[in-house]
Design a protein around this ligand. Structure first.
Ligand code: TMP
Length: 208
């Protein structure tokens, strides 16, 4: 039997990264073997692809190019990190996975959903999350948090509020499509309340 695979999703500034680290600390305290990783990234090659994708550039990046780069990073990450961990009994907490491709490249960039599903399946080698925590915040809240960081926004963060609004809508559609796997958590709540819900959910779903 393989270990659980848990993914975190949400728009920019939804608080995923904070919550994933808190969950990791909580699991470590309980002695549950796990690793934390993220997409795009997680291996040296996938991290290079991440830099290609997120750096600001003058050349226009076509949606199809973007899609294939995300999938290329995923193909590498799944085979060199996620699958080996899961099959050795180590749980995986992943900051974004293929739902992000459906929401960003599918819903927001308007690439046909059936093609995205096909590529997601190819890249993920059939690995599917056991549980996906969707931290839901309105784009205006997410933007305010990003601005509060004081760092220069990356290529995707620099997209319009409308773009991020469509991403959020995309995630809510995915929630309707996969009600057994995706759990929505209100990301506008104080971080401690969000974490309590994260803990309750992983306890109910995975016995953690
Ligand atoms: P992060 O900022 O949460 O680390 O994610 C990197 C960016 O890449 C974020 O803007 C979401 C975007 N993204 C996609 O557009 N498609 C994908 O498949 C993934 C994994 C991320």
């Amino acid at each position: 039997m393989t270990a659980p695979f848990v993914t975190f999703e949400g728009i920019e500034g939804s608080g995923k990264t904070t919550q994933i680290l808190r969950l990791s600390g909580y699991l470590a305290g309980k002695g549950i073997s796990h690793r934390v990783t993220r997409e795009p990234g997680g291996t040296p090659l996938a991290d290079e692809i991440r830099s290609l994708l997120l750096s600001q550039r003058e050349e226009f990046v076509f949606p199809e190019t973007e899609l294939l780069l995300y999938e290329a990073a995923r193909a590498q990450h799944v085979r060199s990190v996620i699958l080996p961990s899961l099959s050795s009994g180590q749980a995986v907490l992943c900051d974004r996975f293929y739902d992000a491709t459906s929401a960003y490249q599918g819903f927001s960039r308007n690439i046909d959903a059936a093609r995205i599903d096909w590529l997601n399946d190819l890249a993920s080698g059939g690995v599917s999350p056991d549980l996906t925590l969707l931290l839901d915040v309105p784009p205006a809240d997410g933007f305010a948090r990003i601005r509060g960081r004081g760092t220069r926004p990356d290529r995707i963060e620099s997209e319009s509020v409308e773009f991020h609004g469509k991403v959020r809508e995309g995630y809510l559609r995915l929630l309707e499509r996969h009600p057994g796997r995706i759990v929505r958590i209100d990301g506008t709540l104080p971080a401690d309340d969000v974490f309590r819900r994260v803990r309750e959910t992983v306890s109910a779903r995975l016995g953690w």
